[in-house]
Each structure stands twice: as C-alpha cells, then as structure tokens.
Design a binder for this molecule. Structure first.
Ligand SMILES: Cc1cc2nc3c(=O)[nH]c(=O)nc-3n(C[C@H](O)[C@H](O)[C@H](O)COP(=O)(O)O)c2cc1C
Ligand code: SF4
Length: 516
C-alpha cells in the first residue's frame, strides 16, 4: 500500500484537490495499484499547490502544481515509486523555499493529517502541555516571558507580561480568548493553524489556561474560514474524547475546555475589546481602556486575549525551553515570524523565519519579485493600516523596532507586494475608505476623519487647490493618529502618509499628470 498525500488546505481545495484525490483513487483501482490517500495540511508553498506527495522508501517525493489532467501521466511516469515527471519537485524539505525556513510553529504543517491525534502525538504533539503540567503555573509564565515571545496579532505586546497579569489577578473565573479574526490583507497564517495543525492551538490555549488559572477558552473566528472552523471543531471533539480537554486535563486535576465562536464579518471585531463585546453578544464596539482585558475582560473576568500564532507558539516554547526559542531573532524581536507573502508576488505562501531578514531579501530573494515580472514599486506590511515601503527602504530588517523606526509596522506578518502599475494616490484613498467602512463609530477622529479624508483626496485627484488640500490631509492624518481611541483610526493615516512621503509624484492632480 502506497500512501499518497493530497492537501485538504483551502488553497489546494480551491485548485481542485478533492477531484485530484478522487482521480488518483480511481486510476489506481483501474491499474491495480494499492494506494491510500492521506489528506494532509499545506506546506505553505501555494505556488506549487495542489502539491501531491508520495511516500517512497527514499522519503516523501512531491509533485506540483498538479491538475486533474496530469493524474494519468503521473501514473504513467511511475509517480507511486517517485518516478521522473516534469512536475516532480523531489523531497519537499529540500525545496529552496522550505529549506531556507526555520519552522518552529509550522513544523508539522503539510506533514501530518491535521485531525489525526496519532500523527500529532508522533510529531512532538502534547510535549509542551505535559511539561506545563509538571512545572505548574508560575514556571510556565516564566518560560513564556524568557522566550521573549511578543503578540503576533499586531501590537507586539510581550505575551509573558500579559499572562502574568491574568495569573496574578484573583477571580472566581478567568478566560483565555484566541483572536482568530485575521482580517489583515494578505494574511492567512491563523487559517493555516486551524486547517493544518489545529491541535497545536488547542495545546497552546490549554497551556495558557493552566498558566493563568482559566478553565474556559474561546476561539473567535471569522466566518470566512469555514474549512478551518470545521477542522478545528473536529479536532476539539477528538481532543476532548482523548482527555486532552475537559474536567481533568490529562489527569492533572485541572479543568479546561474550548469553544469556537464565529464572527459576523467586521474588521474592527479583531480589536480585542470589540471582539469581547461581540463574544458577549453585542455589536462590536471598541471599549475604552483601562480597564485592561487582563483585569476586566470577557464577562468582566480577567482574560488573556492572544492571537492564534502567539498561543500556537507556546507548545514549542514549553517543549523545548525558552532559550531554544529566544536563540532566534534580533534585538527585542525574539524567535520566528511566519511571514505571509501575498499580492503581486511570484512565490506566494507562508515563510517562517527568524526575525532579521531585510524586506528586500524577503520580497526579491524569497518571494521572487512580482508575479507580473514588472519591478516592485511598493510593499505594504502589517495589513491595511500598515505603511507602504518603497524599494529604497528594502534594507529595513524585519523586526518590530526597525519597522517602527521607519513609521511602519510588521503587524501579523502580512506582506503585500505591488508592481510599478500601482497608483499610490488611489491606495491612499483606499486606506481612508476602508477606515470609513470599518469604523465602529465610537470616536470622532476616526468616524468623521476617515470620510473627510476620502473627500480631501478626491479633491486632490480632481486638481482642486492641491497644495492646500495636501496640507489639510496631512493635518487630518495627525488628528486621527493622536486623537483616535483605537488603532483602526490611529493607524489608518500611516498608509496615507507613507504614500505621500515616498510617492509624491502620484499626488499631483491626475489631470496635470495627463497634461505632462
Ligand atoms: C482594528 C483592529 C483589528 C485587529 N485585528 C486583529 C486580528 O484580526 N487578529 C489579532 O490577533 N489581533 C488583531 N488586532 C490586535 C488586537 O487588538 C490585540 O492586540 C491582539 O489580539 C492581542 O493578541 P497578541 O498579544 O497575541 O497579539 C486588531 C487591532 C485593531 C485595532
Ligand atoms: S478609532 Fe475608529 S474603530 Fe477605533 S474606537 Fe474610534 S471609531 Fe471605533
């Protein structure tokens, strides 16, 4: 019996993976070959999906991107024995895109069957939780603190400090909330965790529950992830049945269980306090801070709210020790970041690497430049509220502080590439329009400012008092930056200001450009 791996990740599904799996089964039957199909996760090399792998005595051999019409030819080429074919990639781990990575968090992605408990356990699964049970609350928090892990949701707040605050706050109930709203443009790492390695998140949340004394966890997931929701719920059921969740986690005497809740499609519900409002059944409006959610969070109880990737990193840190994680990275940015390469890029996908590569290396060397083959003109990092970086800033290392020093943010690790056909005035207008649509409406600079911002940009576009309106736009951006209650209104000016600063030629009235 030969095991053939056909990914169940949504990227592969969108490219016909289900039909390809069925065709492999049918062709094998017709040709008398004995195959068993494993629906694995994705390796994150989206440019090769669907990436089909075959287990051979020499290891797993990959072929991609496979289409339905390639299946018969793959059999003809003897792919079940690793035979030669134009789509043969060789061993996936030897592919340059994977070989250059440091996969700590995504170590299992694409290798295992995501919902198989046996596979998870066979690939270091639950080692972190078992050690966490042994060492207890204070030592868990200590490990997370020493690892230098910072929140991967956007703000980069030290995870250990957050966990310690909740652990030290006395209450009859505490909660762990996982932020899986993942609304940033070009991001998909949280989705991959749900679909491709869901037990890792279950393990991470359970470790957090033990650390802070919480007995209940919620995952708040965007509705646009139906496959992830299904996979995670299936994993939850299996983990509960096997004793990894419930009244007595692995016989430790500690109770912990998890429930997944689905959002309703508002970007602002990714903001932690709006998320809590939504989770409690109200409209997603931002709460003023203080009180911090760590003191007064879900249902007024102390709550850890962390991004999927922050929680999913805890099992590695507990299993291997804080130092093993902190040894990677630069400055105050420790460990690895799962970069998400998207937009107009040749090699799109997930690239986990230690902090410190330059933006140029990431976009040009790893991403291969643009998919269109035209020169890169702009890169937006950190989602729709992140600054645009021109190639002149490509020497910036990927690191929280280095990006902040250039008025940028690394956010959740989304990197969206644009070629030289992009019009930056239009992109600046989009930032204001996005903010106007997604604003929760609680504070004036964001609610009114974003609409005024669109109007001012429209006037610049039309050539009306361009110099005066550019000054007005800059002034408006400063008001939004410093006067908004949360980072939606506070960061929307960053793409606008960076576009004005780095691409002034696009801020001439378009009529004037046409006349030149
Ligand atoms: C408008 C807005 C949207 C946000 N969206 C997300 C999101 O989708 N996922 C996320 O983890 N954090 C998001 N954040 C950041 C959260 O407010 C919060 O900082 C994060 O969940 C904390 O977890 P961490 O410390 O693990 O990063 C958003 C913030 C703002 C202001
Ligand atoms: S900045 Fe915008 S999203 Fe944030 S609280 Fe104010 S109105 Fe709401």
């Amino acid at each position: 019996m030969t095991r053939v791996f056909v990914p169940r990740d949504v990227v592969a599904l969108a490219l016909g993976a289900d039909k390809i799996a069925a065709a492999i089964v049918a062709t094998a039957k017709a040709r008398g070959a004995d195959v068993s199909i494993v629906r694995n996760g994705s390796r994150g090399m989206f440019f090769l999906e669907p990436l089909i792998e075959v287990e051979t005595p020499a290891g797993r051999i990959a072929y991609g991107p496979v289409t339905l019409k390639d299946v018969a030819a793959l059999f003809d080429a003897g792919f079940l024995d690793g035979g030669t074919h134009a789509l043969r990639i060789g061993k996936p781990e030897d592919h340059p895109f994977l070989k250059r990575q440091t996969r700590l968090t995504f170590a299992r992605s694409g290798i295992t069957d995501p919902v198989s408990l046996e596979d998870y356990a066979a690939h270091e699964g639950w080692l972190g939780l078992k050690r966490a049970i042994e060492i207890g609350s204070a030592a868990i928090v200590d490990e997370i603190t020493k690892s230098g892990l910072r929140g991967r949701g956007g703000a980069g707040f030290p995870t250990g400090v957050k966990w310690k605050t909740v652990a030290d706050t006395k209450a009859d109930r505490k909660y762990v909330v996982c932020n899986c709203d993942e609304g940033d443009s070009g991001t998909f790492a949280d989705r991959m965790v749900l679909e491709d390695d869901p037990y890792m998140l279950i393990e991470g949340m359970t470790i957090c529950g033990l650390a802070v004394g919480a007995t209940k966890g919620y995952v708040y997931c965007r509705s646009e992830y139906p496959h992830g929701i299904k996979a995670f719920n299936e994993a939850l059921q299996r983990a509960r049945a096997a004793g990894y969740l419930g009244k007595d986690v692995l016989g430790s005497g500690h109770a912990f269980d998890i429930e997944l809740r689905v959002g309703a499609g508002a970007y602002v519900c990714g903001e932690e306090t709006a998320l809590l409002e939504s989770l409690e059944g109200r409209r997603g409006m931002v709460r003023a801070k203080p009180p911090l959610p760590a003191i007064n969070g879900l249902f007024q109880k102390p709550t850890v709210i962390n991004n999927v990737l922050s929680l999913a990193t805890a099992p590695f840190i507990l299993a291997h020790g804080a130092k093993a994680y902190a040894d990677f990275g630069m400055g105050r940015s420790r460990g690895t970041m799962p970069l998400q390469l998207a937009g107009n890029i040749r090699y799109g996908g997930l690239f986990e690497t230690a902090f410190g590569l330059t933006l140029g290396e990431i976009v040009e060397d790893i991403g291969g430049g643009t998919a269109s083959g035209r020169p890169v003109r702009a890169v937006q990092c950190g989602g729709p509220l992140g600054a645009y970086f021109p190639p002149a800033l490509f020497d910036t290392p990927f690191d929280y502080e280095a990006f902040a020093a250039k008025d940028g943010l690394i956010g959740h690790g989304g990197i969206v590439v644009f070629d030289d056909t992009v019009d930056m005035l239009t992109m600046a207008r989009f930032a204001m329009e996005f903010c106007a649509i997604e604003s929760c409406g609680k504070c004036t600079p964001c609610r009114i400012g974003s609409t005024r911002g669109q109007e001012v940009i429209d006037k610049i576009l039309a050539g009306i008092h361009v110099e005066a309106n550019l000054r007005l736009l800059e002034d408006l951006c400063q008001t939004m930056k410093f006067g908004s209650l949360c980072a939606l209104g506070g960061f929307a000016p960053y793409p606008v200001l960076s576009a004005m600063r780095h691409y002034p030629e696009d801020f001439k009235p378009h009529a004037a450009i046409a006349a030149e």
